[in-house]
Design a protein around this ligand. Structure first.
Ligand code: HEM
Ligand SMILES: *[C@@H]1O[C@H](CO)[C@@H](O)[C@H](O)[C@H]1NC(C)=O
Length: 364
C-alpha cells in the first residue's frame, strides 16, 4: 500500500517536471522562430514597417506657386559610376513646384504630338498600373497636397487645372498613363519580372521628358538591355543593380540623381543627349542648361511591381555661375574623363559642348 503511494508520488513529480521542461523548450523554440522570421522574410537588417511607411505626411498649406524647384548640384570633381542611392520617405514620392502648370501644359502637348513615343503599356502592366493609379488618386495626392487635390466620392479634383480624374482607373492602361502624364510633372516607368523571373522588364511607361533616348525603343527590354549603351554599366553596375532591384522591400523608396549638359532647352529629347560610337559631333548654338533628374524607385505592395519615377530639372548655366559653382562644374566636366569610366565624357557628348561650356563657366 505504502509503496503504491510512493510510486504514484514519483510518477506525479516526474510528470510535473517533464511538463515544465517541455514548456520551457517549447517557449525557447518559439522565441527562436520569432527571431528568425524577420531575417527570413527580409534581406535587410532593419525590417520596414509597411503600414507606417504608407502613412503620408500632409503638406497642409502648400502653395505650389511659391515653391522653388529643388536644386541638384551633384556633379563631382571625378565621375565614378555607382548606383549612388539614398533613402527617402514615401511621402516625398511626388515633387511639385512653381513650374507645375507650365510643365503640365508642355506635357499635354507632348502627349498629343508624340503619343506612342511617350506612352506604351503591355496588357501585363495593367494590374500594377491600376494599383499605382488608385493609390495616387484615391490616397496619396489628396493626403499630401490637400490644397491642390480634393476627393469627391467618384473623382479626384485637380484644383489647379479644374480637371477631374476618375478614382476608378480606365479599362485601357494607355488612358490611365495619359491621366498620370497630364496631371503630374513626373515620368513613370513600370518594371515587372520577366517570365523566368530573374530580370526586370520595362512593361509600361509615360515619359514625356526622356533625356536623349526613345523609351519606345526600350519597351519590353530588361534592365540590362536598356542600359547597353551606357559605358561601364555591364562591368560596374549590372550585377549590383539586378540584385538591388530583386530585393528592394515594399515601403522603401530610394533616390538617385544624374546630371548632363544640354545645348537646347527642350524637355522632350527622344534623341540627342548622348553620343554613340561612330556618330559625329556637330557644332551647335549655345543655349545651354544643366539637366538633372530626381529619380526614385519603389515597389508596389500588392502587385510587387517596381515603379521608377523621375522629375526633370533644367538649370540655365548662368544660375550655376551665379551660385559660384562655375569652377566646380568646369572641373566635373573634365572629371568625366578622370573617373572610373572615362568613356562617359564622350557618351555625355562632352566632345560637343565641353570646351565652350568650360570657357563660359570660367569667364569673369
Ligand atoms: C538605381 C537605378 C538606376 C541606375 C543606377 C541607373 C544608371 C544609369 C546611368 C549611370 C546611366 C547613364 C546616363 C546617366 O548618367 O544617367 C543610365 C542611363 C539610362 N537609364 Fe538608367 N539607371 C537606373 C535605373 C533605370 C531604370 C529603372 C530605367 C528604366 C526602366 C533606366 C533607364 C535608362 C535609360 C533609358 C538610359 C539611357 C540609355 C541610353 O543612352 O540609351 N534606368 N542609367
Ligand atoms: C535605407 O533603408 C534600408 C531599409 O530600411 C536600410 O537597410 C538601409 O540601411 C538604409 N540606408 C541608409 C543609408 O540609411
Amino acid at each position: 500500500m505504502a509503496s503504491w503511494t510512493v510510486y504514484c508520488g514519483v510518477v506525479a513529480i516526474a510528470i510535473f517536471l517533464l511538463r515544465r521542461l517541455y514548456l520551457r523548450v517549447a517557449h525557447t523554440a518559439s522565441d527562436h522562430r520569432s527571431q528568425l522570421k524577420p531575417r527570413n522574410v527580409s534581406t535587410s537588417k532593419e525590417r520596414i514597417d509597411v503600414a507606417k511607411a504608407y502613412q503620408i505626411t500632409p503638406l497642409a498649406d502648400f502653395d505650389w506657386q511659391a515653391k522653388e524647384p529643388l536644386k541638384f548640384r551633384t556633379f563631382k570633381p571625378k565621375y565614378h559610376l555607382t548606383m549612388g542611392i539614398s533613402n527617402l520617405s514615401l511621402s516625398e514620392l511626388i515633387e511639385i513646384d512653381r513650374n507645375y502648370l507650365s510643365r503640365i501644359k508642355i506635357r499635354k502637348q507632348i502627349i498629343q504630338d508624340h503619343h506612342d513615343t511617350v506612352i506604351q503599356a503591355s496588357p501585363a502592366s495593367r494590374t500594377a498600373l491600376n494599383e499605382l493609379y488608385t493609390w495616387l488618386t484615391g490616397s496619396y495626392l489628396p493626403t499630401r497636397f490637400p490644397s491642390m487635390f480634393t476627393l469627391s466620392p467618384t473623382h479626384l479634383l485637380n484644383l489647379v487645372t479644374s480637371e477631374s480624374l476618375p478614382l476608378q482607373p480606365p479599362t485601357d492602361p494607355i488612358q490611365t498613363f495619359e491621366l498620370l502624364g497630364n496631371n503630374l510633372d513626373e515620368d513613370f516607368v513600370l518594371l515587372l519580372p520577366s517570365s523566368d523571373g530573374d530580370q526586370y522588364e520595362l512593361k509600361g511607361f509615360v515619359t514625356c521628358f526622356p533625356s536623349g533616348f526613345n523609351t519606345k525603343e526600350k519597351f519590353g527590354m530588361t534592365l540590362r538591355d536598356i542600359h547597353t549603351p551606357v559605358p561601364g554599366y555591364k562591368e560596374k553596375l549590372e550585377t549590383s543593380m539586378d540584385r538591388f532591384f530583386a530585393r528592394l522591400e515594399v515601403g522603401r523608396v530610394v533616390q538617385r540623381s544624374n546630371w548632363a549638359i544640354t545645348t537646347h532647352g527642350r524637355l522632350f529629347a527622344a534623341s540627342g543627349t548622348h553620343l554613340y560610337e561612330g556618330e559625329e559631333p556637330e557644332p551647335e548654338d549655345i543655349d545651354t542648361f544643366l539637366r538633372c533628374e530626381r529619380q526614385l524607385l519603389h515597389r508596389l505592395p500588392k502587385s510587387k511591381a517596381l515603379v521608377f519615377s523621375f522629375k526633370t530639372y533644367l538649370y540655365p548655366l548662368s544660375d550655376i555661375k551665379n551660385e559660384g559653382l562655375g569652377e566646380d562644374l568646369a572641373q566635373a566636366i573634365d572629371g568625366l574623363k578622370e573617373g572610373s569610366v572615362p568613356a562617359m565624357h564622350f557618351y555625355k557628348r562632352g566632345v560637343v559642348w565641353g570646351e565652350a561650356v568650360k570657357s563660359y563657366l570660367r569667364a569673369e
